[in-house]
Design a protein around this ligand. Structure first.
Ligand code: PLP
Length: 389
């Protein structure tokens, strides 16, 4: 009776089972994987948010496939402030970045077609692709002098390949898609007639001292789609607004937009109050983003000091951007065994393999958003688990 798109739902793993057992037993867990900003205290005040959402226009729907013009104009300004001039007609609002992916897979792929995805990367991509009947084919990011870059030998296309996906900057490594890799992807896409999908939800969370290569919106040689959304840009995942920026040669852009309009029109999934509030949310989100950057920096410093002092041989990988810390475990410590021990010590975190981290770097992925006291407590649990591992 059921579609095989959901076959991934049948797999469980030892870690999730152990977590569930602990939850059912009512034992406490410090969730060091939690990257929901509200859980870490980053919420808009009720007064401010209610005022932004309660305004003229919320009583009716304007069936505009692209999304409301006022919201798209605000996004044009957002990109202008980041050095790229766009026009409103190349922007589509979606209910989230994840929905943006789903629409682009509908636009570009037939069931069974492939998209190339970076590895390591955010694991939700696999799920969204499966739900759209799309197959993912990984290409490898490797560490070269401390930076993550594409391994060109892993970049291969078949007759079924339709698009290459990249994440600028990546979750969990925080690595940007730099100039060398943009050239590589552009050349590969041109040669194989592929589109490029570039996820930029963490673009504005650049670590101190790092020079960001900036947005890749506005590319003009190939069919190109940038994805982002308010969940990270304005710390409001609950408002459910994302967007797609369409770029590329003029004919391709026109045809992409014409087809995307049909997809958007079939769902009209973006809620009106959030669209109306978007210009103000974007204008005021800067201070929240600064607060997040400060928190992430503080926890990263704590993590680095802990790794240095613990004497177990853990190291913290360089983080150019984003909210996550990658803790490389000492060689010989297995991710899963270590995290099962951590759970017994009351700490949950994600193993690197959830994100397709190379097996040569056994690692644990930690959210750097946590309240610092909780983060410290979590590290104490990891310390005890390390001693046992
Ligand atoms: C790289 C990346 N892209 C997209 C998303 C999903 O964003 P949204 O909440 O807008 O669907 C996430 C969520 O954490 C993410 O890490």
């Amino acid at each position: 009776m059921f579609s095989s798109r959901l076959s991934f739902a049948d797999s469980t793993n030892a870690l999730s089972k152990a977590k569930e057992r602990r939850r059912i037993a009512g034992l406490p867990i410090i969730d060091m994987a939690d990257s929901n900003p509200a859980n870490a205290g980053f919420v808009w005040s009720l007064t401010e948010l209610s005022a932004l959402l309660r305004r003229e226009g919320i009583q009716r729907q304007i069936p505009e496939a692209h999304g409301l013009p006022s919201a798209r104009t605000a996004l044009v300004d957002y990109y202008l402030a980041r050095g790229v001039r766009l026009t409103e007609d190349r922007i589509f609002l979606t209910a989230s970045t994840s929905e943006g992916y789903a629409w682009l897979f509908k636009l570009l792929c037939n069931p069974g077609d492939e998209v190339l995805v970076p590895e390591p990367a955010y694991p939700l991509l696999e799920v969204i692709a499966a739900l759209e009947g799309v197959v993912i084919r990984p290409y490898r990011l490797v560490q070269l002098a401390g930076e993550w870059v594409i391994d060109p030998s892993s970049l291969t296309a078949s007759r079924q390949t339709r698009a290459i996906l990249c994440i600028n900057p990546s979750n969990p490594t925080g690595a940007f898609v730099g100039r060398r890799d943009r050239d590589l992807l552009r050349g590969f896409a041109l040669k194989n007639s592929l589109a490029i999908i570039c996820d930029e939800v963490f673009l504005d969370y650049v670590a101190e001292g790092v020079i960001s290569p900036g947005t890749w919106a506005g590319e003009n040689q190939i069919a190109h789609f940038v994805l982002s959304g308010l969940s990270k840009v304005a710390l409001t995942p609950q408002l459910k607004v994302g967007w797609i920026v369409v770029s590329g040669p003029r004919d391709t852009v026109q045809e992409s937009c014409r087809r995307l309009e049909h997809i958007a029109d079939a769902f009209l999934s973006v809620n009106t109050p959030a669209q109306l509030a978007l210009p103000d949310l974007l204008r005021r989100a800067g201070s929240m983003r600064s607060a997040i950057n400060a928190r992430v920096k503080q926890n990263e410093m704590t993590l680095k000091n802990w790794a240095e002092q613990s004497g177990h041989g853990c190291t913290v990988l360089h983080r150019p951007a984003g909210w996550m810390g990658v803790l490389a475990l000492p060689s010989g410590v297995a991710e899963e065994r270590f995290l099962l021990n951590s759970l017994e010590e009351g700490v949950w975190a994600h193993p690197g393999y959830f994100y397709g981290m190379p097996t040569t770097i056994p690692s644990v992925i930690l959210s750097l958003l946590l309240n610092p006291l909780q983060f410290n407590e979590g590290l104490k649990g990891l310390e005890r688990a390390l001693k046992r591992s």
